[in-house]
Design a protein around this ligand. Structure first.
Ligand code: ZN
Length: 114
């Protein structure tokens, strides 16, 4: 049995995994000098196909914290996340719901293996 928060956190983590591939590819093709890349909106809607233009250095900052994500500002769900930075065309959010935060930490692709 999954709670709603768990389901949301898992969906957002899947989008995060895809964005990790996008970030890797962008860095490779641009020899580390890339500025912007088209990332997927990391929201809770599994059918969301929104693309967000995010500078790679900002993306890296978002990934430094396992509980922060990039979303279309219109897709933010205040019951589980709050906006920490508002930018042109996207928002950086942090998971404030404890259950959701625990899952996204567990699924963090950059976490050190235990
Ligand atoms: Zn979305």
């Amino acid at each position: 049995m999954q709670t709603r928060e768990e389901r949301i956190a898992k969906t957002e983590s899947l989008f995060r995994n895809v964005n990790e591939r996008i970030a890797e590819a962008s860095e490779r093709f641009d020899g580390g000098e890339a500025d912007d890349a088209q990332f997927l909106c990391e929201c809770a809607d599994p059918t969301c196909a929104e693309r967000l233009e995010v500078p790679l250095d900002e993306y890296e900052q978002v990934r430094d914290d396992a509980t922060t994500f990039v979303l279309d500002p219109a897709h933010v769900r205040p019951e589980i996340e709050k906006i920490v930075r508002r930018r042109h065309g996207y928002a950086v959010v942090k998971k404030v719901n404890a259950a959701a935060a625990r899952i996204v930490r567990k699924l963090d692709p950059r976490a050190e293996p235990a």
